[in-house]
Design a protein around this ligand. Structure first.
Ligand SMILES: Nc1ncnc2c1ncn2[C@@H]1O[C@H](COP(=O)(O)OP(=O)(O)O)[C@@H](O)[C@H]1O
Ligand SMILES: [Mg+2]
Length: 369
């Protein structure tokens, strides 16, 4: 079996489809990468689909096909310019675009779109997709799924390591130095989701590059206190979250309850502090004395956020996953290439301690070319 896999990821930020071609035959090696930005019009239709509204099935059906076509192109984009052809690739791991994630509902459910049949048809490559629902069927949250990958490639025998993914949502994987100690991982709350929404609402910019705008504002203690009162934050792990819990309507409700209005930059500064504070509180609760904290996801480029994390976690050495040989923008897509590999080898991909599932499960459905 070939050890070449393609990973496809489009996260809650709705910024882009990330595609990687990975060689697992020796040390993990990125052979090709490709990123397809999501056009504002498509992005707003996807955002709309993340909440209930009229004509949902019709809109979902169309976007399921449209996203699949884009996923297929992104996969071929990662292949283009490399020495490989479709025939060399063992499988594509496609996460899909999440449009609902309600693990805490009764019954809990999660839904990703981007029809894998279309991806298999357009690329001529086997596709593994629908990774989350088997874990949920086994009473798990279906998330986060990346910790097993982090554990496989980033663990260290003598150092405590934490991988912090700063996407739309922030999630941590805790890799204790002692390999017999339990690996844990969970969503800590929003990373960029609210900062992006506020940046778009006030300045028409998809995100605050480097956190520069946030750095011009002052943190509002009353707003921060309100944000930190969100019930998700005190839930015990395993836990995962999404746009259902944290969105601009919720933010506006918190702003409306303040006695004094804030200026826009102060709100942005407070949102950045909220992300930093929720991550830091989660890490402090682990009661690990010190270690390495590796950042990945787009938020790894947010200089102001990184500075706050450094300040609040003086005992942790902070770097991006580039220091581990994998650039922060490609970690999630690489994780889904790895999960596809697990599926092809009939090996499990979830960690019950992380998702809350009854046991380890082989994840994903297979769509042969
Ligand atoms: N230079 C940057 N400065 C600050 N934030 C950035 C920068 N580049 C990307 N980001 C943030 O990262 C987000 C995308 O991160 P990503 O890891 O792709 O998240 P997701 O998995 O949710 O799609 C963007 O929406 C933006 O908020
Ligand atoms: Mg993204």
């Amino acid at each position: 079996m070939s050890e070449l896999y393609i990973g496809l990821m489009s996260g809650t930020s709705l910024d882009a489809i990330d595609a990687v071609l990975v060689d697992f035959s020796g040390e993990l090696r990125l052979v090709g990468t490709h990123s397809t930005p999501l056009e504002p019009e498509l992005r707003s239709r996807l955002t709309a689909l993340c909440q209930s509204g009229p004509d949902e099935i019709e809109r979902m059906g169309r976007l399921d096909v449209e996203m699949a076509e884009l996923f297929a192109k992104a996969a071929l984009g990662a292949l283009a310019g490399t020495e490989h052809t479709a025939a060399d690739i063992c499988a594509i791991g496609s996460h899909g675009q999440t449009i609902r994630h309600r693990p805490h509902a009764v019954p809990g459910f999660t839904l990703q779109i981007g029809d894998p049949n279309i991806i298999a048809e357009r690329t001529g490559i086997a596709v593994v997709a629908d990774f989350r629902r088997r874990d949920m069927a086994a009473a798990g949250q279906g998330a986060p799924l990346v910790p097993a990958f982090h554990a496989a490639v980033f663990s260290h025998p003598e150092r405590h390591r934490i991988i912090l993914n700063l996407g739309g949502i922030a999630n941590i994987t805790v890799l204790p130095a002692n390999s017999s100690a339990a690996i844990t991982g969970f969503d800590t709350g929003p990373a960029n989701l609210l900062m992006d929404a506020w940046s778009m609402a006030c300045r028409g910019r998809a995100y605050d590059a480097g956190g520069e705008w946030a750095a011009t504002g002052e943190v509002s203690a009353p707003l921060l206190k309100r944000l930190l009162a969100h019930p998700f934050l005190t839930l015990p792990a395993p836990k995962s979250t999404g746009r259902e819990d944290f969105n601009i309507e919720w933010l506006r409700a918190q702003l409306n309850d303040l006695t004094e209005p804030l200026n826009d930059a102060d709100v942005q500064a407070t949102l950045l502090e909220f992300t930093a504070e929720t991550v830091v509180q989660a890490i402090r609760k682990l009661q690990l004395p010190s270690g390495d904290l590796f950042l990945c996801g787009g938020g790894a480029h947010n200089v102001a956020l990184r500075q706050r994390l450094s300040y609040l976690l003086p005992n942790w050495a902070i770097a991006s996953t580039s220091a581990l040989g994998l650039a922060p923008d490609w970690v999630e897509a690489t994780a889904f290439a790895w999960l596809a590999r697990q599926r092809m080898k009939q090996q499990t991909g979830n960690m019950p301690a992380v998702t809350g599932a009854r046991g380890e499960r082989v994840l994903g459905g297979l769509y042969v070319p």
